[in-house]
Ligand binder design. Structure first.
Ligand code: FAD
Ligand code: SF4
Length: 511
């Protein structure tokens, strides 16, 4: 072949920029499964299975088109586990003039593909990824000259630029953001009946993949028995349709709410399909906007959802490429503690952490507030080293690709990038978790107590964090009020908080 198109595992769409002008007479598709990828970090087995199954389904589409392709399976090339090493072998035998590649989802794959092309003396044709609605160049232009970057302003630009939820030059309904309508907990009696999301029983290909993953990765974390993810474009479209028609309206008010035994809440579960490129963000946004315009779904829910996809998702991706590779080293608070072992098992007496970690082990899924305010904020308050936390998130979620996982973890959850793109650390005491969930009801600890035998570790560490970082937090108008509450503490109470916190921090594995 003259040109080899290397289709990576998270680029599974016919809109792939190197496939749209594919010439069957001279071009060749390359797809590579690599055990090295699964082992680069410790991986949830459902995450490995999602990628493999979706890749195999996509390769079937390529096969049906009659195009020439090479598909390297996990069990091929037993002596070469790495992605780049495997690709190199195939390219050596195919000897193309050009290697065509669409911008990968992580820095490491980009640099290793560049090195590979150099080594082989092959021209690398690198395409911008048109899946995203803001290119890396456009984002860099937007960010130029700005010291701090804020999603809200980026999002307004994107609304204007793409004409989403606009009425002339104004935002639909007169406001850009309806979040104040959206932060409700479930009623005290519980969430009530929740219309189920579209979940997919494994087909033959997925069954084979599940068996293979169970065989090859017996000691990796995560359950395979509850695999429900869309792995084809047709399934992704069904999932989108179901979300818009029955779940989008209540998604808005309850997007921050948590409840035991309620892993999905009213969330869309579309991140997997979006991140594999089985769905185009434009069609997702258009479907949500149409539901408001034509079916009169509440604007607060529709805007809240669109902000996640058009705002946060694009913003986060822009930041990743703007600030890599140094983002991976960010550690604003200079935290170096080890990740507690229960992050991998869920075996802790803290009901909130237990619930979220166990749900994650079962499904490879937790929704945003669970990731941010339960496991994420605990890692921040417990002074865990950002890299270890980030490795955990990359390993544990079925939707994890580094461009989206890393900025969310180090930037949003851990504030490890300082004020670069979040205006404050997201911290709250156990009382917040009590308000937003029923977790505290089944807990060995009491969210109202910061010292004493039943003190809630989240609450203790929250107060300890306020005391420890009082100067920095007092200078920030968004956190100044929080710090003021420490002024009322007597010297004895401060001492008790610091002593209790020291004890908690010394025994993180035993909580
Ligand atoms: P919904 O709540 O239904 O939201 C709709 C869509 O909006 C999502 O599918 C997603 O594509 C997008 N979205 C929402 N919030 C964000 C965000 N903060 N950043 C980017 N996109 C967003 N998301 C991932 O896709 N992969 C990750 O590896 C990932 N890691 C995260 C790690 C941490 C510490 C945190 C706090 C968040 C992380 N997120 C990640 C963002 C978010 O939690 C997930 O996108 C969301 O929970 C996926 O579930 P859903 O599809 O039901 O989302
Ligand atoms: Fe979590 Fe504290 Fe509530 Fe227990 S009491 S569930 S540790 S917030």
């Amino acid at each position: 072949p003259q040109r080899v198109v290397w289709v990576l595992g998270d680029q599974l769409w016919m809109g792939h920029p190197a496939l749209v002008d594919f010439n069957p007479a001279t071009d060749h598709v390359l797809m590579v499964e690599a055990p090295g990828e699964a082992r680069a970090v410790w991986n949830h087995r459902a995450r490995i299975a999602v990628f493999l199954s979706a890749m195999r389904h996509f390769c079937n589409d390529v096969h049906r088109l009659g195009w020439a392709y090479t598909y390297v399976r996990l069990t091929d090339m037993a002596d070469e586990p790495s992605l780049a090493g495997r690709a190199q072998r195939v390219l050596q035998s195919l000897q193309p003039r050009v290697l065509r590649l669409c911008e990968p989802g992580d820095w490491r794959t980009l640099t290793s593909a560049q090195a590979l092309a150099d080594d082989l003396g092959v021209d690398l044709e690198l395409f911008a990824d048109p899946h995203f609605m803001c290119s890396r160049t456009e984002f860099a232009r937007w960010a130029q000259g700005k010291k701090t970057l804020r999603m809200e302003f980026f999002y307004r630009d994107m609304r204007r630029r793409h004409g989403v939820l606009m009425e002339g030059r104004d935002p639909a309904g007169g406001q850009w953001n309806y979040d104040s309508d959206n932060r409700q907990g479930f009623p005290a009696s519980g969430p009530g009946p929740i219309a189920a999301p579209e979940l997919f029983a494994p087909d033959r290909i997925t069954e084979q993949v599940l068996t293979l993953v169970a065989e090859l990765f017996p000691d990796h974390p995560g359950d395979l028995a509850h695999f429900v993810w869309p792995v084809t474009r047709a399934q992704a479209l069904e999932a989108l349709e179901r979300f818009i028609s029955v779940r989008l309206a209540p998604f808005g008010p309850y997007q921050d709410a948590m409840w035991t035994g309620t892993p999905w809440g009213w969330h869309s579960l579309l991140s997997v399909a979006l991140n594999l490129h089985l769905l185009d963000p434009r069609e997702v946004i258009a479907a949500a906007e149409a539901a408001w315009r034509e079916q009169h779904l509440p604007l607060a829910s529709v805007e809240g959802f669109i902000r996640q996809v058009l705002g946060w998702r694009e913003f986060i991706r822009g930041l990743y490429w703007l600030d890599m590779p140094q983002m991976a080293e960010a550690n604003h608070f200079d935290h170096h503690r080890a990740l507690p072992a229960w992050y991998w098992t869920g075996q802790t007496r803290m009901a909130c952490q237990r619930e979220v970690v166990q749900q994650t082990l079962t499904h490879g899924y937790a929704h945003h507030i669970q990731r941010l305010m339960v496991t994420g904020q605990f890692a921040l308050l417990a002074e865990i080293e950002p890299r270890q936390v980030s490795d955990w998130y990359l390993a544990m979620y079925v939707d994890a690709v580094e461009w989206v996982e890393l900025p969310n973890t180090v930037g949003m959850a851990l504030h490890a990038t300082g004020p670069r793109f979040t205006s404050k650390p997201y911290i709250a005491s156990g009382q917040y978790l009590k308000r937003m969930s029923n977790y505290c009801q089944g807990c060995a600890y009491d969210p109202a107590q910061r010292t004493g035998p039943r003190a809630c570790p989240v609450t203790t560490l929250y107060w300890h964090f306020l005391l420890r970082h009082a100067d920095e937090l007092a200078r920030n108008p968004r956190t100044a009020l929080m710090v003021k509450s420490t002024a009322r503490l007597s010297p004895e109470e401060r001492l008790r908080i610091n002593q209790t916190a020291a004890d908690v921090l010394d025994h993180l594995d035993d909580l």
